[in-house]
Design a binder for this molecule. Structure first.
Ligand code: 5U1
Length: 673
């Protein structure tokens, strides 16, 4: 890289533009995200040092930062029109016929076909190839100035590429939020206790109309160009068709929807509409129909406009994905992890092409947030193959006899009590070991390698045993008999004998493995180990209150409350007793002397490939020596053990001056103990 700041800035700018184009427009990233982020940070740092380098097309604008007090108005030089709608095949046939009649033609018409994205229309003006301003549609005549926000949209180029660019080019298109980004954003909203967005369209609108552009920058918005407004000069001005214009926009670096087509005649339009309808659920973005446009620009201008819509375009709509209906009842379902989900029983309603009579309310927090009552009129959304959901309540329509909904305090399946740790949105059944809804998963986990390690007891076999009614909780495993097992389909004598032997062997375990095997929420191997080392005996742990649990390394309030709830559920205690009665045992834990635990108080990180021992073996050895094994390198790290092909962690440790051993040094050290 050059040491001339302007040259350096230009190089960074070009690299970033190139990577963004490959990533967002071509869908073909050439470098990992982290490299892009690093270059962006270098660019921002350089601009901080030399503010004169910060031009309006600098990629640094992608991260936002400007905070407005309000949006200014922008009058559209060319009004942004709306579209006529069609709903049936016959509407497409008469659309083509109207065009033919008006133009006095009798051939078929060529149409450009495009999925109609469910977002917000936006206009982006480029002057000599540089993004100069952007506006919302508003009322079609006047919109809002959203330039700083549009600049943060990842796939919007701040500078166009190519030869013979127009002096002025107004690109019109849709700002939208892809489905995946929407789900992730809503999950993040729920996790932080904020209101989730009703649908991707609302999320896109809410994100675009932020006065603080760094919020917009953090939201997964995208833009697809679908037409040209003002156009002055450039090679694009000579083109004859709408589809050629779109292609030309693509070559200038503007993002386009990939599912477009050019077809001839109304019947081909109907076929395209049906094809897009079939693909709708699998598309990465929400659509509400298909837009058909007369492809010839000459014919478009001959057809002109009627009131506020062009005569040469039609939006053919899909059935609505949101409908109103009445909530008749709520049923509480228990999932395999114990999550208690409120499910709305509805007056059947046709939405998104199917009849819906059940919809999810997600969890207790969401139910309370919606403030829904039995008898309410609710809005149901069914998008794609996602489970239909209740998105809002129409309060104006609440009947006088609407009934409050009580969230159950006990599991509707096993009657264990329902717990909802402070700060968590989901309420769960605490009967992890006994609840039939959680049975299969609980037993699979119990038998798994890192837990009781029952050799030969795979997931399929657990399912078979539960389905045949041979086991209903983990302790039943130890009472299985040879005739019961050999009677199972495709289970030979030898396998049965081996399984019984493996079950017998598994009874000799450690307290840590036993605690992990219980499947207490958020008690992984490390926490189970810490609990065992802290309390030394199961009885000590059973007597621990929340305060005592909080003293254990890495146990915070939520984990403490999960452990406490689980170990105070009588049904779980009964299974634990049955396991001990069946012979499950572990040796007493003897506290190591300080010289046997030389790593007490030390944080160690493992990285790279270890060839002489597995990662988990190395981790267990370090924990036996008293170390805390962490996943990332920070200033708190005392030692990094780096195997082959160690990458960024090794570099970071070197940067922070952290002591680093290779695998051999660790093995040699272990040999000295
Ligand atoms: N895909 C697409 N959506 N959409 C919306 N094309 C399209 N064209 C529009 C609108 C309002 O208007 C043009 C006819 C300019």
């Amino acid at each position: 890289m050059s040491d001339n700041p302007a040259k350096q800035h230009n190089e960074l700018k070009q690299q970033l533009e190139n990577y963004a184009y490959q990533y967002y427009v071509l869908d073909d990233p050439s470098v990992p995200d982290i490299q892009y982020d690093r270059l962006m940070q270098s660019l921002i740092a350089l601009e901080r040092q030399y503010p004169e380098l910060k031009t309006p097309d600098s990629p640094s604008q992608k991260v936002g930062g400007a905070v407005l007090s309000k949006f200014d108005s922008i009058v559209h030089e060319m009004p942004m029109l709306s579209l006529d709608n069609g709903f049936e095949d016959a509407d497409l046939v008469s659309f083509e016929q109207r065009i033919l009649d008006r133009l006095n033609l009798d051939a078929e018409v060529e149409f450009a076909c495009e999925p109609k994205l469910d977002g917000l229309a936006a206009s982006i003006m480029y002057a000599d190839g540089i993004l100069s301003f952007a506006a919302t549609r508003g009322d079609g005549q006047t919109g809002e100035d959203i330039t700083v926000n549009v600049k943060t949209i990842a796939n919007v180029p701040l500078r166009l590429v190519g030869e013979d660019l127009p002096q002025r080019l107004e690109v019109r298109g849709e700002v939208f939020m892809p489905k995946q980004g929407f789900e992730a954003l809503n999950q993040a909203q729920r996790d932080k206790g904020a209101k989730p967005f009703v649908n991707p369209r609302n999320a896109a609108a809410g994100s675009l109309r932020q006065l603080d552009s760094s919020i917009t920058a953090s939201r997964p918005l995208r833009f697809y160009a679908y037409s040209v407004g003002i156009l002055e000069g450039g090679a694009i001005s000579a083109l004859q068709t709408h589809s050629q214009r779109l292609e030309s926009l693509g070559k200038m670096g503007l993002p386009l929807c990939k599912e477009t087509a050019v077809v001839t005649g109304a019947q081909a339009c109907i076929a395209y509409f049906n094809k897009i309808g079939e693909m709708r659920d699998s598309l990465s973005y929400d659509i509400d129909g298909v837009v058909f446009k007369t492809n010839s620009l000459a014919l478009q201008s001959r057809l002109g406009f009627v009131s506020k819509a062009p005569r040469w375009a039609l939006a053919q709509k899909f059935p609505a994905q949101e409908e109103m209906t009445i909530l008749r009842a709520i049923e509480f379902q228990v999932g395999r992890t114990g999550a208690v989900t409120p499910v709305a029983r509805l007056e059947p309603v046709f939405v998104g092409g199917v009849t819906v009579s059940n919809a999810t309310l997600h969890n207790q927090d969401e139910m309370q947030r919606l403030g829904v009552m039995i008898g309410d009129t609710v809005i149901i959304r069914r998008a794609g193959d996602v489970i239909p959901q209740v998105v809002s309540v129409v309060l104006d329509k609440r009947p006088d006899d609407a009934k409050q909904i009580e969230f159950p305090s006990h599991c509707p399946v096993c009657d264990s009590h329902v717990e909802k740790p402070h700060g968590e949105a989901v309420a769960r059944c605490s009967g992890g070991l006994v609840c039939p809804a959680q049975r299969k998963e609980a037993i699979k986990h119990f038998a798994s390698r890192k837990a009781m390690d029952v050799d030969g007891l795979g997931d399929k076999l657990v399912e078979q045993l539960v389905e045949q009614g041979l086991i209903s909780h983990p302790a039943d495993l130890f009472h299985l008999s040879l005739p019961q097992l050999t009677a199972l389909e495709r289970f030979g004598d030898k396998s049965a004998v081996n399984l019984l032997r493996a079950l017998d062997d598994a009874k000799n375990t450690t307290l840590a493995k036993f605690l992990y095997a219980l499947g207490i929420r958020e008690v992984g191997e490390a926490t189970a180990r810490n609990l065992a080392m802290h309390f030394l005996t199961l009885d000590n742990l059973l007597q621990a209150d929340i305060e005592a649990l909080l003293e254990v390394q890495d146990v915070g309030e939520i984990v403490a409350s999960h452990i406490h709830e689980f170990l105070h559920e009588q049904a779980n205690l009964a299974v634990i007793q049955k396991l001990r009665d069946a012979g499950v045992n572990w040796p007493d834990i003897e506290l190591a002397s300080p010289d046997e635990q030389p790593f007490v108080g030390k944080t160690v990180v493992l990285t790279g490939t270890l060839s002489q021992m597995g990662r988990s073996e190395a981790k267990a050895k370090l924990q036996d020596l008293g170390a805390k094994v962490s996943g990332s390198v920070s200033a708190k790290t005392d030692l990094l053990i780096a195997g082959e092909k160690a990458g960024s962690k090794l570099a970071k440790a070197a940067e922070l001056g952290i002591e680093t051993w290779d695998e051999q040094a660790f093995v040699d050290y272990l040999a000295t103990l």
